[in-house]
Design a protein around this ligand. Structure first.
Ligand SMILES: [Zn+2]
Ligand SMILES: [Zn+2]
Length: 403
């Protein structure tokens, strides 16, 4: 049982209807007011119109999570941390399923013994703003990605590179440095610092927008940093949630993309999404198989979320070419130094992207009608969807429809 639950005796499997929590959802709270009943807040002593300084209400939520690595996802009721003056509350409409959620849930990166509610690709409607909030108003549509706060003072935060905050950013779900918990997008609502809210342009397709908050920014950021240009040749390894966004975003800037996938059935999709060429590979592929691609690429972006033999791909880089890892956050295996020195090649990596750049990619996609390819599911299909992602059967992002 989660120590943060306000009712320790509550039946965990009891589903509270989202509509019940938001009091029918028919109207929105005025920006300067609080309404406990509408927001499902525990601080229900507050009357509408009272200032937030009267009390910091707790924000009740209902989501799907797990208490230990490897458990099946199941419903939980819990309470978010109390609102701060610069916080917004977002009523979640859509949440993408990222492979990182599965890594976290399986304990691949760190063990946990607390309620983990995954999900860091979120689109929803702002239902409440704190008194210091200036960027959002109640009723706005907001996106939320992998971070919900950071120190805001270090050189990286000041430069809009919050993902590299020296004190570590507060991730959308997990345990903070102060041991408090954050809960992610497989839920009805979330609270975050307004600086981490992404504005969703009017007219954008909301059902497919959520995956831009992680898959989109993670693959856009290296393209911006390395200033990948029209006509440059780029390889993309892996055609999943990240890979298909890498392909679409690279194609939009005129790069000539070759996709390396392990799934023959994805060949047609890759070509439809803009790839010039597709190679189907496996760990059993050998030098001869890759030979046609030797010294062909200015950049290779690897989106594979597991360790693989990166030595097969380094020879595919041109002189001074760069292989950018965005998928593996663990051991990358043995790298053959001889392959790097032969041609002054670079093996590097980038992590998601800062908030200004996340806003940039959302605007970029809205202006060009670049949409993640999504398959909508209901929240009770989560466990099945995770299995499908692991089996490489997602085409190309599952999105939970909470509307
Ligand atoms: Zn992600
Ligand atoms: Zn910082």
């Amino acid at each position: 049982m989660c120590q943060h639950c306000d009712d320790q005796s509550s039946d965990l499997s009891h589903k509270i209807s989202r509509r019940t929590l938001i009091g029918g959802g028919a109207s929105l709270v005025a920006a300067s007011s609080l309404s406990g009943s509408m927001l499902g807040m525990a601080g229900s002593a507050l009357a509408a119109g009272e200032s937030q300084s009267v009390a910091a209400p707790e924000i009740k939520a209902h989501g799907w999570g797990m208490m230990a690595p490897g458990e099946k996802l199941r419903p939980f009721d819990y309470v978010h941390r109390s609102m701060r003056p610069d916080d917004i509350v977002v009523d979640i409409m859509y949440a993408g399923i990222c492979h990182s959620d599965i890594h976290f849930g399986h304990g691949d990166w760190r063990k946990f013994d607390y309620l983990l509610v995954p999900g860091h690709e979120i689109v929803g409607r702002v239902t409440h703003v704190g008194p210091s909030v200036s960027r959002f108003r109640v009723g706005d549509i907001a996106g939320v990605g992998c971070m919900v706060d950071s120190c805001g003072e270090c050189e990286y935060c000041r430069a809009g590179l919050e993902q590299y905050c020296v004190k570590s950013p507060t991730l959308t779900y997990g345990r903070n440095r102060d041991r408090s918990l954050t809960y992610g997008g497989y839920a009805d609502r979330i609270v975050l610092n307004e600086r981490f809210g992404i504005k969703i342009p009017q007219g954008m397709d909301l059902r497919s927008a959520a995956p831009i908050m992680c898959a989109g920014i993670t693959t856009f950021s290296p393209q911006q940093y390395y200033n990948i240009q029209e006509g440059q040749r780029v390889g993309v390894i892996g055609l999943g949630g990240l890979g298909h966004m890498a392909l679409k975003l690279l194609t939009a800037r005129g790069a000539e993309v070759t996709v390396f996938t392990t799934t023959e059935a994805k060949r047609t999709d890759a070509l439809r999404m803009g790839a010039r060429d597709v190679m189907v590979w496996s760990e059993a592929s050998n030098r001869k198989d890759f030979k046609p691609y030797y010294r062909q690429f200015d950049y290779i972006i690897s989106t594979v979320p597991y360790q693989f033999n990166v030595n097969m791909f380094i020879p595919l880089l041109r002189f001074e070419g760069t292989l950018i890892n965005v998928g593996v956050i663990g051991d990358m295996g043995t790298v053959n130094g001889g392959l790097l020195v032969d041609g002054r090649k670079t093996l590097t990596g980038t992590m998601i992207g800062g908030i200004p750049e996340t806003q940039e990619v959302v605007n970029y996609c809205a202006e060009r009608n670049i949409r993640p390819e999504v398959e909508m599911i209901s929240i009770d299909q989560l466990n099945e969807a995770w299995d499908q992602v692991v089996a490489k059967k997602a085409r190309y992002r599952f999105v939970i429809d909470m509307t």
